[in-house]
Design a binder for this molecule. Structure first.
Ligand SMILES: NC(=O)c1ccc[n+]([C@@H]2O[C@H](COP(=O)([O-])OP(=O)(O)OC[C@H]3O[C@@H](n4cnc5c(N)ncnc54)[C@H](OP(=O)(O)O)[C@@H]3O)[C@@H](O)[C@H]2O)c1
Length: 294
């Protein structure tokens, strides 16, 4: 969330990790010489909006960025998602309820002043169904529809409501460590995105992403995109589960070794004349660096 006031510039931020929130708040304060206000809430809950409303008292909010979002830890079939019941509630509260409720709290002031900008961060995953990330993809389609509908309702009153649909950006969510042209840093993406505000109601926000958006919606039939997306996600899923299994095996082996050492037993590989565990697992050694990445 961000608020703007021509005379006293302020930033308002919401997240759930207090130390991280304070750190970000201080960084913004120092770097941009603005006042900041923080409200720590868990957007996975639905009973937080009175607290947020109270925290917003007295602020004139010029810009609202509905950025908070969660995705899957790895692509998974609907019924095999661990703790599916909680997963559904959390994802809908974070990705959908937050957008509607924050807009409910902030839009009236914007309408009163006949100006304001709401940036809703949807996703390219909301442009078509994405199998094995189905709930995420559906929540992002909701954000896109909500934004475009609301934009048409309020644009005559001077309010811009933009639907932002990025492809991959190198963030904590995607765990992409090396940014590339098509997977930019957040800074690069945001700089490009901001230049589209007021020009595009719905945007991929960054030229290479706009090209990808055009290719996947205009050039390739939707069914092919869904099929391909499903295939990619099945591959990712099996890779993730294989690495998880290897890691668990490696941890299990290590635990056995440690227990044996603690009991004063001779380490297994020496007694058997075997190679060390990692070499026995061959694959495990080769995948060592990938295991670290999960
Ligand atoms: N990265 C991409 O490739 C990509 C692509 C398309 C769309 N998007 C969308 O872009 C937005 C930002 O994502 P990101 O990539 O920057 O992900 P991120 O690094 O994981 O950031 C997500 C943000 O949401 C906050 N958050 C998550 N769950 C929360 C909860 N229950 N309560 C309060 N705050 C919560 C996180 O706060 P903490 O840090 O305190 O956990 C963090 O600030 C999301 O809506 C995402 O769906 C991202």
């Amino acid at each position: 969330m961000e608020s703007g006031n021509p005379t006293r510039r302020r930033g308002l931020m919401g997240s759930h990790g207090m130390p991280k929130l304070w750190h970000s708040s201080l960084t913004i304060k120092d770097q941009y010489k603005v006042e900041t206000r923080t409200i720590a809430v868990d957007f996975g809950r639905s009973d937080i909006y009175d607290k947020i409303e109270a925290g917003l008292t007295g602020l004139e909010i010029g810009v609202l960025v509905n950025n908070v979002g969660v995705s899957y830890p790895y692509p998974e079939y609907y019924l095999q998602i661990p703790q599916l019941d909680n997963f559904i509630t959390n994802m809908i509260n974070v990705n959908v309820t937050s957008v509607c409720q924050m807009t409910r709290l902030v839009l009236p002031g914007m309408v009163e002043r006949s100006k304001g900008v709401v940036l809703n961060i949807s996703s390219a995953s909301g442009m078509y169904p994405l199998p094995l990330l189905t709930i995420y993809s559906s929540t992002k389609a909701f954000v896109d529809f909500f934004s475009r509908g609301l934009h048409e309702e309020y644009r005559r009153q001077g309010i811009i409501i933009q639907s932002v649909l990025p492809f991959f950006v190198a963030t904590k969510m995607t765990r992409i460590r090396k940014p590339t042209l098509d997977k930019p840093t957040p800074e690069r993406y945001v700089a490009a995105e901001l230049s589209t505000v007021g020009l595009q109601g719905q945007t991929n926000g960054y030229f290479p992403h706009a090209v990808m958006g055009w290719l996947t919606t205009k050039l390739v039939p939707c069914n092919v995109v869904i099929l391909y997306g499903g295939r990619m996600n099945r591959l990712q899923r099996s890779g993730y589960l294989r690495r998880k299994k290897l890691r668990e095996q490696a941890n299990g082996d290590k635990l056995t070794e440690l227990t044996e050492q603690a009991n004063g037993d001779t380490p297994t590989e020496q007694a058997n004349g075997d190679k060390p565990t990692e070499q026995r697992n061959g694959d495990g050694l080769k995948n060592g660096d990938r295991l670290k990445n999960d």
